[in-house]
Design a protein around this ligand. Structure first.
Ligand SMILES: O=P(O)(O)OC[C@H]1O[C@H](OP(=O)(O)OP(=O)(O)O)[C@H](O)[C@@H]1O
Ligand SMILES: O=c1cc[nH]c(=O)[nH]1
Ligand SMILES: [Mg+2]
Length: 213
């Protein structure tokens, strides 16, 4: 598993504002949108392209275009939905599959409550969107879901990651012969006793959409 922490002053600036507890939901949503576009630029460094011939108004030339099958973007509901528009701005021809997952806040175990994905993901580059990689339970389950469908190339874009969660994913994916890359704006210090990322930004879903009740 490869972990790429994006080191860029604009990312750091926007992340600081995102973390700030005085940032309200409308600004939080805008910052998530802007951050994901910056992270996606790094995350798509290996997106598959193939050569094409075109003619400019001046002369014929060669270039590249994204190849089929188009990449699949998979936001993890609920909070990952806040990252979808920013990702699609960069990859407008991508297809979108959905996974609804929820972490039990007592046991910290993730469960899946919704799924709408293509049946066969072999040969597809999959980009999973989830702002928080905390214990890693949610992302590990999502990656297994995708590999069970044949995905063979997975990149997860997370705004924040915790070292404990990355270690867990590494362990759970040992033996899985699929390249997995995690792209994040920051590797935070640790988890607290409630499984929240420290310093983190609180509950991403609640800050995007309000309390789930
Ligand atoms: O790494 P983990 O310990 O599994 O935690 C991370 C998950 O927790 C949050 O989702 P949550 O369950 O709060 O659902 P929500 O997006 O609907 O708020 C977050 O959006 C991640 O999906
Ligand atoms: O810090 C955390 C951990 C899990 N989910 C969140 O939204 N925030
Ligand atoms: Mg939540």
């Amino acid at each position: 598993m490869r972990i790429h922490v994006v080191d860029h002053p604009l990312v750091a600036h926007k992340l600081t504002n995102l973390r700030d507890e005085t940032t309200d939901s409308p600004l939080f949503r805008r910052l998530v949108d802007q951050l994901v576009t910056l992270l996606a630029y790094e995350a798509t460094r290996d997106v598959r392209v193939g050569p094409v011939q075109i003619v400019t108004p001046v002369a014929p030339t060669s270039g590249v275009r994204l190849t089929d099958p188009q990449p699949l973007v998979v936001p993890i509901l609920r909070a990952g939905l806040g990252m979808l528009d920013g990702m699609m701005r960069l990859l407008p021809t991508a297809e979108v599959g959905f996974l609804g997952m929820m972490r039990n806040e007592e046991t910290l175990e993730a469960s899946t409550y919704a799924e709408r994905l293509p049946d066969d993901l072999s040969g597809r580059q999959c980009y999973v969107l989830d702002p928080m990689l905390a214990t890693g339970g949610t992302l590990a389950a999502a990656i297994k879901f995708l590999t069970d469908r044949g995905a063979d190339d997975i990149t997860a874009i997370c705004l924040l990651a915790a070292p404990e969660g990355c270690e867990r994913i590494e362990k759970e994916l040992a033996g899985l012969d699929v390249p997995v890359t995690i792209v994040t704006a920051a590797m935070d210090e640790r988890l607290n006793e409630k499984g929240y990322i420290v310093p983190g930004l609180g509950d991403a879903g609640d800050r995007l959409y309000g309390l789930a009740g």
